[in-house]
Design a protein around this ligand. Structure first.
Ligand SMILES: Cc1cc2nc3c(=O)[nH]c(=O)nc-3n(C[C@H](O)[C@H](O)[C@H](O)COP(=O)(O)O)c2cc1C
Length: 339
């Protein structure tokens, strides 16, 4: 299939996205149920899908691009390194209404390296640049890159700037930088999110040296106060694990970081808004815990949160479980919370 635009129109993105705050792509975590839940708490946060490989989209049998309309603004993260395949998938994503396509140049897993994509692509900036170029020819949405500050022994600032030079030269203007390098041998993906030290200064330096590029920082951010501090130095902050384990922090993003005066929802209001969604999911043949597993951290840090977590974990996977389990978890939590 030839997806190439024959006229070489200048690239004009369909929408201008607010990149002040985003939730990181996380495999198995940021699925469409989590994203629906997150969106209830923040209208401004840019959401990323889990990484989807070009192979899954092109050759797989499921619909890997499905999402709920409410999730916008929404970016699809792609894993792949074949420019033609990436372009094909970017076109499909744009046609399906995604607001952005992001290329994964940060994942260090062996499986991903065998497919020659993820963090190892930092060593092949020309290939990433060629991919960006091919994707931009066919998709009128931003094509962005999420990467690291280095890989293995290639961890100099010059290595990072060379990557950014080559890729931005083909028109990629938005980079999210996980502020630690990846060790491609010997560390698991989990260890690669903890062991190499964070170097925020390097990302700040990048923003100073490339003021025309939109630079978001990622890695180790656990509060909106920290996010605010980073925003003194960079354009955006991407949060991963904290947004998943302690999702209610999202409910303050719009007011604290995005100048919104919309009132913040209470946790109970968020749950009430989830119930019709859960019922629809179950009516369509889904299971309760597909959705509630993402809601386990909603009461993180509050009295009674353990009862909420335990009740959901013990009951939501049972055959026939419905929203009465969620109501039961709230009741138990209220009973067990000290007054
Ligand atoms: C469970 C899990 C799955 C992840 N999957 C992806 C992924 O699909 N694509 C990606 O670029 N990064 C992935 N990451 C890395 C995150 O996007 C992020 O870069 C990392 O967790 C650091 O941010 P944090 O310290 O705020 O969590 C994953 C992280 C976790 C915890």
């Amino acid at each position: 299939m030839n997806l190439q635009n024959t006229d070489s129109k200048p690239y004009t993105p369909r929408v201008t996205l607010d990149r002040t705050f985003s939730i990181a792509p996380m495999l198995d975590w940021t699925d469409r149920h989590y994203r629906y839940f997150a969106r209830l708490m923040s209208a401004n946060t840019l959401l990323y899908t889990e990484m989807v490989t070009t192979g899954a989209i092109i050759y797989g049998s499921g619909d890997y691009l499905a999402y709920n309309e409410e999730e916008h603004p929404l970016a699809l993260q792609l894993g792949g390194s074949n420019p033609k395949d990436l372009a094909h998938c970017a076109k499909l994503a744009a046609d399906r209404g995604y607001d952005e396509v992001n290329i994964n140049v940060g994942c260090p897993s062996d499986r991903v390296q065998n497919g020659r994509f993820g963090a190892c692509l930092m060593g092949e900036p020309e290939l990433v640049a060629e991919s960006v170029d091919a994707m931009k020819q066919v998709a009128d949405i931003p094509i962005t890159v999420k990467t690291r500050i280095g890989i293995d022994e290639q961890d100099s600032y010059e290595f990072l700037t060379r990557f950014v030079d080559v890729v931005s030269d083909k028109g990629c203007t938005d980079f999210t930088i996980h502020a630690r390098k990846a060790w491609l041998q010997g560390l698991s993906p989990k260890e690669n999110r903890e062991i190499p030290p964070l170097d925020y200064d390097r990302v700040y330096q990048l923003k100073r040296d490339y003021p025309h590029l939109n630079i978001s920082i990622n890695g180790g951010v656990t509060s909106l106060e920290q996010a605010k501090e980073h925003l003194q130095h960079v354009d955006g902050v991407m949060v991963g694990r904290e947004a998943y384990h302690n999702p209610y922090i999202l409910s303050q993003v719009d007011q604290l970081l995005c100048h919104s005066d919309k009132p913040q929802l209470s946790r109970e209001e968020v749950i009430e808004l989830m119930l019709p969604y859960i019922e629809r999911h179950i009516q369509q043949g889904g299971r309760l815990n597909h959705v509630t597993r993402h809601m386990i951290g909603l009461f993180q840090g509050l009295p009674g949160s353990r009862s909420w977590r335990r009740y959901l974990s013990e009951n939501a996977h049972k055959t026939g479980a419905g929203i009465e389990v969620v109501r039961g978890a709230i009741a138990l939590m209220n009973e067990n919370a000290p007054t």
